[in-house]
Design a binder for this molecule. Structure first.
Ligand code: ADP
Ligand code: MG
Length: 656
C-alpha cells in the first residue's frame, strides 16, 4: 500500500496520541518512536492532526506536480467543493491562483459528485432490501477492506467524485490530459495510487500543500482578480463535503430517507456502525459513511474557522452558485457524460492479526506487573483502550512494554531507590577510604615521635643502669613528654574526625556559641594582646545543627586565626555574623601572616600544616571541612599574604 503518512524520526516524544487516535492500530512503537505501518494504514490522517510535535508527515507530491506534471502542459486542477472553508477570505480567487501556478484548466470536483449521485439512486433501487455502504470516502473503504472485510460486498461499486471527475476530464478533454486533485483529504492520496482506479488522477495535493506552493511561488491571493472555474460546473454536488451531502445530491426520495437511510460521520460513530453491520444489527438500505465529520473537517483543510463557520461558508457558496448556474447546460453536460464508466471494484485486504490466547495475554500483563484485575488500571496512557487491549497489541508485535506509564513510574522509582542506595554505599565507601588514608597517615605521623620516645627511653634506661648523670635525664624526659603529647593530640583529633559520621541535631545559637568559645581564648596567655570583636547583623542566629561539632569548627578556625597573629604588629580577630533566607554566614577574619597562594589548595587536606614540629597536626581544617559538609554548608578562605586571612563559613538555617 502507498505510504501516505510517515513518522519523522526523533520528533516523536512518546505521547501516544497517534496510537490513541489510529482506528486501524497501524502505529507501532519501536524504540520509543511511533512509526506508521504503511501496510496497515487506512490513510485517514488523524495521526497527523493529533500530533502536537509535527512528527507525522504527509507525503507531498507538490514537487512532482510543479516539476513534472505542469511542465507537460494540458493539466487540469480539480478542486474539492470544500475550498471556501479553506480559503474563506479569497475563495473566488483560487481558480486565478491555480492558473497562475501553471494549470491549463481549473474545474470543480462537484461535477464528479453530480455524475455519481444518480448511480447511487439506481444502485439503491436495484438492491432492494440489501444494505449498501457509500464508497465515496477512501478512508472508509480502506477501513472496510482491511478491517471489516466481510462488509466489502456491501460497498457501492461506484467511484468517488474525484475519480469520476478524473475519468470525465480524460474522456472529454483528451487522454493526454493530466489531472491533479486538490482537497482537504489525506486519504485521497492513497486513492490516487489505488490500482483499481488507476489512470484517473495523476496526483493529489492538499489545501495545506497548495497554500505552501503559492507561498513559495510568491502568489498572493489578495493581489489576484476573481475568476470562474472552467466548465463543467457542478450543482448539488457542491454539498458533498457536508454531512449527508451525498443523499442530497442523489435526491434520494423522502420515504427512503425516513427510515432506511443512515448518515454516519466521525471516527467513533464509524467504528460503531461497522461493528453493528458486522453483527447484522442494521437493516437500513443505504448507509452514507464519512470518516471525518464531513470533508470540511478533513485533516488537511488548513482552515482557522470552526466547524460551523466552515459549514456556513460552503453553504453560502452553494446558494450563490446554484442561483447563477445554467441548469440546461448542466443537464446536457451530465447527458454527454452518460457513457463514462463510473464503476469500480473493492477487494478483501484483511489485515486483522490472529488474537493471542488467554495464557499469552496473562503472561504479557504480568510483564508489566498486572497479576489481577485490580492491577489493570486501564488509564489509557499507552494509547490503548484498556490494559488488555494493550497486552493484545504487544502480543501482535504492535506495542512495547515501555508504553505502560504506571509500570514505567514503578520501574523508575525502583531504579531511583537503587541509585540512592548505591550512592549512599559509595559515600560510606569513600568515607571509609578516606578514614583508611587518614589512618595510614596517622600511623606514619605517630611512628616518628614513637621512634624518638623509644630511642630516648632506651638511652635513659641505659643511663640509669650505668647510673651516669651526665646525660641530662630531666631534659630527655621533657622531650619524651612533648612527643607523647603530640601523639595524644593526633589521636584525639583523629577521634573527633571519626565521630563526624553522626550529627546530633538541636537548636544552636551561633552567636552564643562563638562567644562561649571566645571566653577561654581571650584569657589564654599565648594569645595576649589580641583584640577580638563579634559583629552580628542578624537578630536571630539560631540554626539547626550539632552543637559540639560546630563548637569544634569555630574553635579550630579561631585558633588558627590567633596562631597566625604571632608575628603581627596589629593583632585583631573580627567575627561577623549575617544571614539571608536560607543560610547563616560567619566570617572569621584576622590581621595575621596570611596564606601563600600555593598553600590555598591544600588547607583542608589532612596533615597539611606549616606549623612547627609539635605545634600543628594539620587536622584542624580537615575536621572543620568534614563537619561543615555534614551540615550541608560551605567554607571558603580568602587571604592576602602578609596582611591577613578571612574564612567564610556558610551554614543552612534549617538542616533537613
Ligand atoms: P594546623 O593548625 O595543625 O596547622 P590546620 O588544618 O588547622 O592545621 O591548618 C592548616 C594550615 O593552614 C596551617 O598550618 C596554616 O598554614 C594554614 N592556616 C589555617 N588558618 C590560617 C590563618 N588564619 N592564617 C594563616 N594560615 C592559616
Ligand atoms: Mg589548626
Amino acid at each position: 500500500m502507498y505510504g501516505t503518512v510517515e513518522t519523522i524520526p526523533d520528533l516523536c516524544k512518546r505521547c501516544y496520541s497517534c496510537v490513541r487516535e489510529c482506528p486501524a492500530i497501524a502505529i507501532r512503537v519501536e524504540h520509543g518512536q511511533a512509526v506508521v505501518m504503511s501496510e496497515r494504514c487506512i490513510a485517514c490522517g488523524h495521526c497527523v492532526t493529533v500530533c502536537s510535535q509535527n512528527a507525522k508527515h504527509t507525503k507531498s507530491e507538490a514537487g512532482y506536480v510543479l516539476g513534472e506534471v505542469i511542465p507537460r502542459g494540458n493539466v487540469v486542477a480539480v478542486v474539492a467543493p470544500s475550498f471556501p472553508a479553506s480559503f474563506p477570505e479569497n475563495f473566488p480567487k483560487v481558480a486565478s491562483a491555480l492558473r497562475k501556478l501553471g494549470f491549463s484548466k481549473v474545474c470543480e470536483a462537484a461535477f464528479g459528485a453530480d455524475l455519481i449521485s444518480p448511480k447511487y439512486l439506481s444502485e439503491i433501487e436495484r438492491n432492494g432490501k440489501k444494505t449498501i455502504i457509500s464508497s465515496a470516502c477512501p478512508a472508509i473503504y480502506n477501513y472496510i477492506e482491511m478491517y471489516f472485510s466481510e462488509l466489502v460486498p456491501k460497498l457501492a461499486k461506484i467511484v468517488s467524485p474525484m475519480v469520476a471527475m478524473g475519468r470525465y476530464v480524460k474522456e472529454t478533454f483528451g487522454k493526454d490530459t493530466s489531472v491533479v486533485f486538490i482537497g482537504p483529504c489525506i486519504a485521497k492520496k492513497s486513492e490516487c495510487h489505488d490500482e483499481k482506479v488507476e489512470g484517473a488522477i495523476d496526483a493529489v495535493l492538499t489545501f495545506a500543500e497548495l497554500k505552501q506552493m503559492l507561498n513559495e511561488n510568491n502568489i498572493d491571493l489578495s493581489d489576484l482578480d476573481e475568476s470562474e472555474f472552467d466548465p463543467p460546473e457542478g450543482l448539488v454536488g457542491k454539498s458533498f463535503p457536508l454531512a449527508g451531502g451525498l443523499i442530497k445530491t442523489a435526491d434520494i426520495p423522502g420515504d427512503i430517507l425516513e427510515k432506511e437511510i443512515i448518515v454516519v460521520e466521525g471516527r467513533s460513530k464509524v467504528e460503531e456502525i461497522l461493528h453493528e453491520l458486522l453483527n447484522n444489527k442494521i437493516n437500513a438500505r443505504f448507509i452514507d459513511i464519512l470518516f471525518c465529520e464531513g470533508c470540511i473537517k478533513g485533516p488537511a483543510i488548513d482552515s482557522n474557522l470552526n466547524y460551523y463557520s466552515r459549514r456556513e461558508k460552503v453553504i453560502n457558496y452553494i446558494h450563490d452558485r446554484m442561483r447563477a448556474a445554467d441548469k440546461q447546460v448542466w443537464k446536457s453536460n451530465i447527458y454527454n457524460a452518460r457513457n463514462i464508466d463510473l464503476s469500480r471494484e473493492f477487494e478483501n485486504r484483511d489485515k486483522r492479526l490472529p488474537a493471542p490466547d488467554e495464557e499469552q495475554i496473562k503472561e504479557i500483563l504480568a510483564q508489566t506487573n498486572k497479576f489481577s484485575k485490580q492491577d489493570e488500571l486501564n488509564c489509557r496512557a499507552c494509547g490503548y483502550l484498556s490494559c488488555r487491549e494493550y497486552a493484545i497489541a504487544i502480543a501482535k508485535g504492535l506495542a512495547e512494554n515501555d508504553m505502560c506509564l504506571p509500570y514505567m513510574i514503578d520501574k523508575l522509582e525502583k531504579a531511583y531507590k537503587e541509585l540512592q542506595e548505591t550512592q549512599e554505599q559509595l559515600q560510606s565507601a569513600e568515607k571509609l577510604a578516606s578514614i583508611g588514608q587518614l589512618a595510614a597517615g596517622v600511623a606514619h605521623e605517630i611512628n616518628n615521635p614513637l621512634g624518638t620516645i623509644l630511642l630516648y627511653t632506651s638511652l635513659l634506661k641505659k643511663d640509669l643502669e650505668k647510673k651516669l648523670e651526665s646525660h641530662q635525664p630531666i631534659e630527655d624526659l621533657e622531650l619524651i613528654a612533648e612527643e607523647t603529647n603530640r601523639c595524644k593530640n593526633i589521636v584525639s583529633n583523629l577521634l573527633n574526625f571519626a565521630r563526624q559520621g553522626r550529627l546530633k541535631i538541636s537548636d544552636v545559637d551561633v552567636y552564643d556559641l562563638i562567644n562561649t568559645i571566645l571566653k577561654p581564648v581571650r584569657v589564654r596567655p599565648e594569645f595576649k594582646g589580641i583584640s577580638f570583636s563579634v559583629e552580628c547583623e542578624a537578630d536571630d542566629t539560631t540554626i539547626k545543627g550539632d552543637s559540639d561539632q560546630l563548637k569544634q569548627v569555630f574553635m579550630n578556625v579561631i585558633n588558627n586565626a590567633c596562631e597566625a597573629l604571632e608575628e603581627s604588629e596589629q593583632k585583631r580577630v573580627t567575627i561577623k555574623i549575617s544571614k539571608d533566607d536560607t543560610f547563616i554566614n560567619i566570617e572569621i577574619k584576622d590581621t595575621g601572616s596570611g596564606i601563600p597562594k600555593e598553600n590555598m589548595g591544600k588547607l583542608f587536606t589532612p596533615f597539611f600544616t606549616t606549623k612547627k614540629m609539635g605545634k600543628g597536626t594539620g587536622l584542624g581544617l580537615a575536621i572543620v571541612y568534614g563537619i561543615i559538609k555534614m551540615h550541608k554548608g560551605d567554607i571558603r578562605a580568602a587571604s592576602d599574604p602578609g596582611k591577613g586571612t578571612a574564612f567564610n563559613i556558610k551554614l543552612p538555617l534549617n538542616l533537613q
